[in-house]
Each structure stands twice: as structure tokens, then as C-alpha cells.
Design a protein around this ligand. Structure first.
Ligand SMILES: Cc1cc2nc3c(=O)[nH]c(=O)nc-3n(C[C@H](O)[C@H](O)[C@H](O)COP(=O)(O)OP(=O)(O)OC[C@H]3O[C@@H](n4cnc5c(N)ncnc54)[C@H](O)[C@@H]3O)c2cc1C
Length: 361
């Protein structure tokens, strides 16, 4: 299930709380250009900060947390190379590697044998004040059986061969109204994926849809060759820009194709419908289409592992070898999973703040 949050403007919602907090100092327009390590490379001594006006100053603290997201965290560590030639925390050449995204790819069409308006509630639902949507996924047992990655498929009503549109354009007003009433009836609990609404409430005026675009959302396999490195080009602060080389494996594509093979077989076996795949998915596992897209979910680059030879940060998100440098964010994910990344990275950040509070006390 997906549940969509109403938009939250961070500045509007949290500005007063942050500015008036006695234990928080907020500096804006402050670009960290270097994380400065001590001579023994065992801890961080300070941060070098620059503004666009050319001012430069240093920030000192007992502990430091990088929270600049996956590409910038890696860039900052790699560019902090005055004492450590290959960058901070990069003794094992792992900083910047294992960059991951979530594939978001139109993969084909599901054509139903006959309209099933009372049961097809896989597309958008109103849920309280927010929107929700169901997606197909394979059970962990089947994923394991086929040795494939984790992914889901969403359904958007449409026509064969047409360009894929956004889900939001297809919600019949009658359906939204019916679900709103369902919710107002106090039946909040689990989201009513297959609720017993009258068929008339679910049918769009032109008749219930029979054809759905299927859109994949899938994790990619952790891949050391998918990586962030430093460019020779510099930005206005004199800092090297980031280069991103987003790379895939054959498993990434094979997982997508296998997923739809299983979905198609099950749709056929149960006489629900047929799945038709897009041409790009049927070609070999090394060829990718030009319209490749992701979910703007950047993960990896400082992955977590107990062994410094396998990852950049330890279980407490501390950079191996540096006593007081931490990373907060999806950069620490060793694998991506198919779910959106932010709730998990917030949970990890809260866990890190608990750890730091205990340590500093
Ligand atoms: C269009 C879009 C849609 C998305 N939708 C979803 C969604 O539906 N669900 C979901 O879970 N996730 C979604 N994401 C991903 C989500 O935005 C990220 O997972 C999340 O913002 C990461 O939080 P963060 O605090 O780690 O990094 P960020 O939010 O990227 O914050 C990093 C901050 O560090 C600052 N910074 C960077 N470098 C420096 C430096 N050198 N010095 C000082 N400051 C620096 C940046 O300015 C920025 O403010 C979406 C992303 C995009 C772009």
C-alpha cells in the first residue's frame, strides 16, 4: 500500500520551532566545503564552511553528522582529501559506491477478461484526508524461489500502446465520493482494497476500465560500479562537482521481466486477464531503454556494514575509523528495497540522535 502525505513545507511548519529552540543553532547559506580530520585521521577536528559572498569560517563540535543526502555526502567525503588522499572514510575505496535508485518504469499493459469494477480497487483511494493506492507485489517466498529483486506494479487505467499518464488523472469522481462516504462512516482501520461498495459507485461514467498500464517500482541490486566520483570541474565554492555513474546489473532487468511473467501466468491461470509487455522488457538483460527513469530516491554511497571492508559506516551510522563523524540518510542503506526511502531514513536519524544523546551524556 502507498499512502500519500499532504504536502509539508518544512520551513513553514518547523521554522519557529527550530529558531526558538535553545539547543539548536541554524546557519543558512553555509556551504560545508571540507570535513577536516585530525593528523592521525582518527577524528574530525572541524568543518570548513564558505558562503557565496566569499566568507569562510570553521565550525567545531564534539560530533558531526553529514545529512546532505547520498550524492552530496559522498562528494563531501571524497573532496575532504587534504590529509587522506582518497577522501575521508575511504580507506577501502567504498565511498560513493553502491549508488542506488528505485526504477520507475512503464512495463506493459494488463487487459482484463471482463471489467471487474467492484474488485479492481488497486488504483487511487481516498483514505481519511490523504490518498492511498494498492500495488501488486510478489510474496517473499516467490521472490526467493526465482532469485529476483523486490518490486511492485501499480495500475493506471488507459489504452494499449498510449503514453503512460499519471494515476491521478484517472480517478472517477464517483469513486472518490463513494470512498469518502465509506471513510466518513468511521470504518478507518485497514484500507479498503476490496471493500463491498456498490458497483455503480466504482464505475466511471464511460464504463469500468479493462485496460491498465502496469508501472514497475523496483529496487536495484547493490552494485559497486554504480558510483559517485569527483569531477575535475569545480563549483562557485571551489569544490569539485560530483560525477554520477548510475549502473545496472542483469539481475535488475531479469527481475522485472520475471515479475511480469509470474503476474501474467497467474492472470491467465485464474482467467482474470492477460499481461502484454513492452518491447524493451523482452530484449536481452543488458539493454535498457532511453526513457529509463527513477523515483528521485538516492540511496547507497556510504553503505552500512559491520566490516570496514564491506561498508563505510557501522551499525550506529559512524564512519569506520573516525570517532566522531556520522552519516544520517539513505546513503547508509546497504540495500534499497522497493519502498520509498524517507520514512526509514527519518527512523534511522532518530535512532542516531538517541545514540548521540547517550554518547554525549
Ligand atoms: C521530486 C521528488 C519526489 C520525491 N518523493 C518522495 C516520496 O514520495 N516519498 C519518499 O519517501 N521520498 C521521496 N523523495 C525523496 C526524498 O526527498 C529524500 O529521501 C529526502 O529528502 C532525503 O532527506 P535528507 O534530509 O537525507 O536529504 P535532503 O532532503 O536532500 O537534504 C539535504 C540538505 O543538505 C543540504 N546540503 C547539501 N550539501 C551541502 C553542503 N555541502 N553544505 C551544507 N548543506 C548542504 C541541501 O541543501 C539539503 O537542504 C522525493 C524526492 C524528489 C526530488
Amino acid at each position: 500500500m502507498w499512502q500519500f502525505s499532504p504536502p509539508t513545507r518544512f520551513g513553514t511548519k518547523y521554522r519557529d520551532a527550530i529558531v526558538s529552540a535553545r539547543n539548536v543553532h541554524l546557519y543558512t547559506h553555509a556551504n560545508v566545503c571540507e570535513v577536516e580530520a585530525n593528523e592521525g585521521l582518527s577524528a574530525v577536528d572541524g568543518l570548513r564552511v564558505r558562503t557565496l559572498d566569499g566568507n569562510e569560517y570553521r565550525v567545531k563540535a564534539r560530533s558531526y553528522v553529514l545529512a546532505c543526502c547520498s550524492i552530496q555526502n559522498a562528494r563531501l567525503l571524497l573532496a575532504s582529501n587534504r590529509r587522506a588522499n582518497t577522501g575521508l572514510g575511504n580507506g577501502n575505496d567504498l565511498v560513493g559506491r553502491f549508488f542506488m535508485e528505485h526504477f520507475e518504469m512503464p512495463c506493459g499493459e494488463l487487459v482484463l477478461e471482463k471489467p471487474r469494477s467492484t474488485k479492481m480497487k488497486m488504483y487511487l483511494l481516498d483514505y481519511g484526508t490523504t490518498k492511498a493506492r494498492g500495488e501488486f507485489s510478489l510474496s517473499p517466498r516467490v521472490q526467493e524461489q526465482y532469485g529476483i529483486l523486490n518490486g511492485t506494479a501499480s495500475l493506471d487505467p488507459g489504452a494499449l500502446g498510449e503514453p503512460v499518464k499519471s494515476t491521478f488523472e484517472f480517478i472517477p469522481p464517483s469513486m472518490l465520493k463513494a470512498i469518502d462516504e465509506w471513510n466518513k462512516g468511521g470504518r478507518h482501520g485497514p484500507i479498503p482494497l476490496i471493500a463491498s461498495l456498490p458497483p455503480s459507485a466504482l464505475s466511471p461514467p464511460a464504463g469500468p476500465p479493462r485496460i491498465f498500464h502496469v508501472m514497475t517500482r523496483q529496487e536495484q541490486a547493490p552494485n559497486p560500479n554504480s558510483r559517485v566520483t569527483l569531477s575535475t570541474e569545480k563549483d562557485a565554492m571551489g569544490m569539485p562537482r560530483a560525477n554520477l555513474d548510475w549502473q545496472f546489473t542483469e539481475l535488475d532487468k531479469r527481475s522485472m521481466r520475471t515479475y511480469y511473467k509470474i503476474l501474467g501466468q497467474e492472470m491467465g491461470r485464474t482467467e482474470v486477464g492477460r499481461v502484454q509487455l513492452r518491447d524493451w522488457l523482452l530484449s536481452d538483460d543488458r539493454t535498457w531503454p532511453s526513457f529509463l527513469s527513477g523515483g528521485w530516491h538516492h540511496m547507497g554511497t556510504t553503505r552500512m556494514a559491520a566490516d570496514p571492508k564491506q561498508g563505510v559506516v557501522d551499525a550506529n551510522c559512524r564512519v569506520h575509523g573516525l570517532g566522531n563523524l556520522y552519516v544520517a540518510g539513505s546513503a547508509v542503506y546497504p540495500t534499497a528495497g522497493p519502498a520509498n526511502p524517507t520514512l526509514t531514513l527519518v527512523a534511522l536519524s532518530l535512532r542516531l540522535s538517541d545514540h548521540l544523546r547517550t554518547k554525549l551524556a
